[in-house]
Structure formats: C-alpha cells, structure tokens
Ligand binder design. Structure first.
Ligand SMILES: [Zn+2]
Length: 404
C-alpha cells in the first residue's frame, strides 16, 4: 500500500476528494498532506444543496490536523468554488472541516475534549496554538450546543450570581434543579437577567410559564425579575442565604461588642461555624464565651433558633416556630438582629415555601465553586463570553456533537 493510500483511508476521504501527495519532514517535525479532487469533479452547492454543480475556480486552504505521532500534521487542499445556477459562485464545504475553521473536525474534537478538564491556556501550550484560536473553537461548539438545548422538561430552577472578573462583574446562573445542570448563563445580576432567561426558555422548545418553582436569595433584583417574567413560579428563598443573613447579623453584633470586650477578638469563626464542625478546643472556648452574658452570645442563640426552623416536621409547625422566632428576635434589643428579623418577616412566604418545595441552592453553590476554580486556573478569561462558554462546558451537560 502506498503511503498516500494509507492517508486516504485514515482521513476517510470519499470521491471526488483524494490524497494527492504527502510530505514528511522529520527535522521540521511536520507532516503535510495534499488533498485534491479529480479533474471534472462536481460538488453540491453549500447554500441550497443542489448536487453536481460545476467548478468555477479553486482557493488554496490549510488546516491543522491531529498530530502524526510527535509531528504536527497539516492538510492542504485547493477548495473548489462552484457555480450554482441559483446561488452564484460559492466555496464548497469540505468533509473534514467546518466552513471558516483553520482546524480539521478531528483536531477540534480533540481540543474540545481536553478543555473540559484542562485550562484553555494549558491546552493551547500542549497543542502549540494561540489560545484565542482555541477560544473561537470553544465558542462555536458551545454556542451551537446551547442553541440546540431542549428545555421542555424544565420546571424547577435555582438562580444565583457568581463573580465574573475582579469583584464588580457578575454572571447569573440558571440551574435545572432536576437535571442538575446549568441551562442559562446571563451577564449581570439584575432583574433583566431573568427576563433574558424567560426569552431563552421560550426559544428552546418550551414556555416560561412552565417554570413552576424557583429558588433565589432575598435580593430584590431576582424577586422582581421572577415576579415579572416567571409568572407561574412559586418562590422559595434559599435557606443557606437566609441562614447566612442571620449569621452576618451575629457577626455585626460581635464586631460592635468586641470594642469593649477584647475576649471577643478573633472569635469570629466560633460563632459562624456549624457547632458540629468545631474542634474540642474551639467548642470549649465557645462554651466559655456563652457563659459571659455577652450580646454576641444572645445573638448566637437567636441564630441557632433560626436554623431550627428548618428542622420542623411540617409547614404549620415551621410557621409557628418562625413567628415565635420573629417575636424573640425583634425584642432582642440588638439592632442587626432586629433588622434581619424584619427582612425575614418580609420574606416569610418564600422562606416557608421551603417546606413544600424542599429546594435549596446547594447544587448551584457547588457549580459556583467549579466556575470559580476554572476561573482561577485560567487566570483571566479575556472576555465574559469566554467565561460563559466555559461555564456551559463544565456545568451544562451540553451535547457538543463532536466528530469521531
Ligand atoms: Zn445553490
């Protein structure tokens, strides 16, 4: 068998395409394969699909292909421009690459497989390409996969923000709670992100009115966005966010009090951590502090009582405990606690909704940390569009339909 026949088979070329020549240069560590088509070859029109259009002229093109062992491989071809009666002169599609790409489909599939698990910059170094070229490939595959998404089964959605660049920029993640995947990523964290999500649902084989449950924090933006755009959805306020708000109030009490009570300095974590996760030593310090008749200790007991609400066996019971908690907190004479009590009261329905929906944002928090880890590894995404693409890639379970 001649080497060009071998390459013809390996590349899976079908007539009129054929391997015309192959040149291997061991010093330059590269393999160049020339592809051509038989004289008189005819091609389908890339626009209307009309078969057997005559060739008008040709354009020389090159594609990076999978390495041949340790050698970089390139395909070269003169690509026909056909003359279609209806569409005019058009460049034909070649079977080994996407229109406009400088890589073969197999090379792109290789890159897409790597970037799921490796930082893009590292993949770029590995394959010896500039990362902006790889980002273009990633965006293409991710964006077409997202366009194909079917959201007809989407009913329960968790919504949360995650920081995009250095603090000020945010993206909002929309997660399918049942399928456990990201179904939409929006720039920003305002009410409009929910409007764009509703449009996205409408465009993907569904209707925003089919969303029945959402889980969000108590930020006004998402409440407003859901109220306007997901009109059939019941809101559950995420219990982790709710507990965190009460926790923050405890810490404010502690900070103010520690100006007069030096024993409170450096005790921050004792009050914030889950009691079960404290070491024996930490537990003893906490106990000692609790005996000192501190405002912080009082605030702390109110926080523990708040968490107890979620252990109630039913909604009725939860309602009772929540209302009792509120009267205690509002009479605590601790300003930060009173403030958070009023917030809880204003959001009472959504907090109690948890007893029926049992949904929380634990999953989205896990996805958040994946995104943040990927962001840290990438050290700069160059653009929000790249961060959004990588988010879909690692948490969207999207079907990239890669060449095999
Ligand atoms: Zn045509």
């Amino acid at each position: 068998m001649r080497d060009i026949d071998l390459f013809q088979l390996a590349l899976g070329l079908v007539p009129p395409w054929m391997v015309a020549d192959a040149h291997f240069d061991a010093d330059k560590k590269r393999l160049d394969i020339e592809i051509d088509f038989k004289v008189g070859g005819r091609f389908a029109c890339p626009e209307c699909g009309k078969a057997d259009c005559p060739v008008h002229d040709t354009v020389k093109k090159t594609w990076r292909h999978l390495n041949f062992f340790q050698h970089q491989a390139f395909l070269h071809a003169r690509v026909a421009r056909i003359d279609c009666r209806d569409c005019g002169v058009r460049l034909v599609n070649v079977p080994w690459a996407r229109p406009g790409s400088g890589f073969t489909l197999l090379f792109e599939a290789f890159v897409m497989t790597l970037v799921k698990d490796m930082p893009v910059a590292a993949v770029a170094r590995l394959v010896g390409e500039h990362d902006t070229r790889l980002w273009r490939v990633i965006q293409h595959y991710v964006e077409t996969a997202v366009a194909r998404m079917d959201l007809s089964d989407l009913r329960r959605v968790a919504i949360d923000e995650t920081s995009a660049k250095r603090g000020q920029d945010y993206i909002t993640l929309f997660v399918d709670i049942d399928a456990r995947k990201v179904v939409f990523v929006a720039e920003g964290n305002d009410a409009d992100t929910v409007a764009r999500f509703a449009d996205h649902v409408d465009d993907h084989n569904s209707d925003a009115s089919r969303i029945k449950e959402v889980c969000i924090d108590m930020s006004g933006a998402y409440i407003k966005g859901v109220g306007y755009n997901l009109t059939e959805a019941e809101i559950t306020f995420d219990k982790f966010h709710a507990v965190k708000l009460v926790n923050d109030a405890v810490d404010q009490v502690r900070r103010a009090e520690s100006k007069r009570r030096p024993e409170l300095k450096y005790s921050r974590y004792l009050w914030l951590m889950n009691e079960r996760r404290l070491s024996i030593e930490q537990g003893l310090s906490l106990e000692a502090l609790c005996r000192m008749n501190l405002k912080t200790a009082r605030a702390y007991r109110i926080r523990l009582a708040f968490q107890e609400i979620y252990n109630c066996p039913s909604r009725d019971w939860g309602e009772l405990v929540l209302d009792r908690w509120y009267s205690w907190a509002i009479r605590s004479r601790l300003e930060p606690i009173k403030k958070v009590a009023r917030t809880v009261k204003r959001h009472r329905d959504g907090i109690l909704r948890w007893f029926d929906s049992k949904i929380a944002n634990g999953l989205i928090e896990a996805i958040n940390s994946l995104v943040q880890a990927a962001k840290a590894k990438a050290r700069g995404y160059r653009s929000l569009r790249n961060l959004i693409a990588i988010t879909y890639l690692i948490a969207g379970k999207i079907d990239l339909k890669l060449a095999t």
